[in-house]
Ligand binder design. Structure first.
Ligand SMILES: Cc1cc2nc3c(=O)[nH]c(=O)nc-3n(C[C@H](O)[C@H](O)[C@H](O)COP(=O)(O)OP(=O)(O)OC[C@H]3O[C@@H](n4cnc5c(N)ncnc54)[C@H](O)[C@@H]3O)c2cc1C
Length: 303
């Protein structure tokens, strides 16, 4: 393992904010990971796994614990043939999606624009444009909280909309196996998949504030249930209707392009971003009686 002390977390998050982690450990193998967990436990410090930090808001005071990032053997894609892949948790989702697409396999190609790692994507059950990472996954290998390496069937992973069992059980995702359908089985060619991906990327570029630091959607889509919400609906609609596009607290701003994105407009602190998200929640609740649920994960002390 490579250990960094007082590592600034603004270097490891897409919001580009966050104070220092007491330690940041870059680990390259399962043994290395176990050694890092032993070190954290010896120092009586908590640990937290960070992928690409694209769904994460780290406190300005940092994290008094050991942040773990995966590398080495966790960055490998093993091609097992016929659309079966075993993919390490540190592999960028875009790399895996494009690899499979080039080999003529569909199912996850529309996810190529999500900037996270495979581990972060499985934890969040990331999805876009009608595809979700949990859907084509057949098994997930984890290091569980008792430090046993276990292979979980998809039915044990609790995948739902932006939900997984990993959000509750503390398992560390090491790798996952996928069985992807052939494009031709869906009557498509590789060129068709490339066109679909290009359309998704163009939509992202047109509708998301990609030139400013952000962490994707701030809030989850709303669940169906009430008479006013026959389907899941986008929080951005309500945020915009509440007149909050462009609303600022300090250096944090509700994007003028996409109301469900908060951007770091230059000098935002984590406190600014958190306070702005709470301000938005309060205004939307007041105006529409709707409780927005945060999608972005918080790390550290915000008191
Ligand atoms: C511009 C932009 C666009 C985005 N578009 C989308 C989108 O279309 N759809 C979508 O769903 N999301 C989107 N996101 C959000 C984000 O990219 C996804 O949630 C992504 O899956 C997070 O991956 P990550 O590696 O960055 O995770 P991180 O942000 O590093 O971590 C997120 C959570 O996952 C946990 N985690 C990470 N790795 C592991 C592991 N190996 N084992 C256990 N837990 C782990 C962390 O502890 C943390 O709780 C977008 C973000 C940005 C910035």
């Amino acid at each position: 393992m490579i250990l960094f002390e007082n590592e600034p977390m603004n270097k490891h998050t897409s919001f580009k904010v966050g104070g220092p982690a007491r330690f940041l450990a870059k680990v390259e193998s399962a043994d290395d990971l176990k050694a890092t967990l032993a070190l954290a436990s010896e120092k009586q410090l908590p640990h937290f796994i960070v992928g690409n930090g694209t769904n994460l808001l780290v406190s300005d005071s940092g994290y008094d614990g050991v942040v773990i990032t995966l590398a080495g053997e966790f960055s490998e894609i093993q091609e097992l043939g016929n659309g079966t892949y075993k993919v390490g948790a540190a592999v960028p989702l875009g790399r895996f999606a494009r690899t499979a697409l080039k080999q003529g396999f569909a199912g996850i190609h529309k996810l190529a624009g999500i900037p996270g790692t495979l581990g972060g994507a499985l934890y969040m059950n990331a999805g876009a444009y009608g595809q979700e990472i949990g859907n084509c996954c057949t098994a997930v290998t984890v290091l569980d909280s008792e430090e046993n390496i276990r292979e979980l069937a998809t039915s044990e992973c609790g995948f739902g909309y932006r939900q997984s069992a990993f959000q509750k059980n503390g398992d560390i995702i090491l790798s996952a196996t996928f069985q992807l359908p052939e494009a031709s089985a869906q009557g498509k060619t590789i060129a068709d998949l490339e066109t679909e991906l290009a359309e998704c990327m163009a939509k992202r570029k047109a509708t998301q504030p990609l030139s400013m630091p952000n962490a994707g959607s701030t809030f989850k889509r709303l669940d169906a249930g009430s008479a006013d919400m026959p389907e899941q609906v986008a929080p951005g609609y309500y945020i915009e209707q509440a007149g909050l596009k462009g609303q600022r607290i300090g250096g944090a701003e509700v994007s003028t392009l996409h109301a469900n994105f908060i951007v770091n407009a230059g000098d935002a602190t984590a406190k600014d971003i958190k306070e702005l998200s709470e301000f938005v929640q309060a205004r939307v609740a007041e105006k529409f009686g709707i409780q927005l649920k945060r999608e972005i994960i918080l790390l550290g002390n915000f008191e």
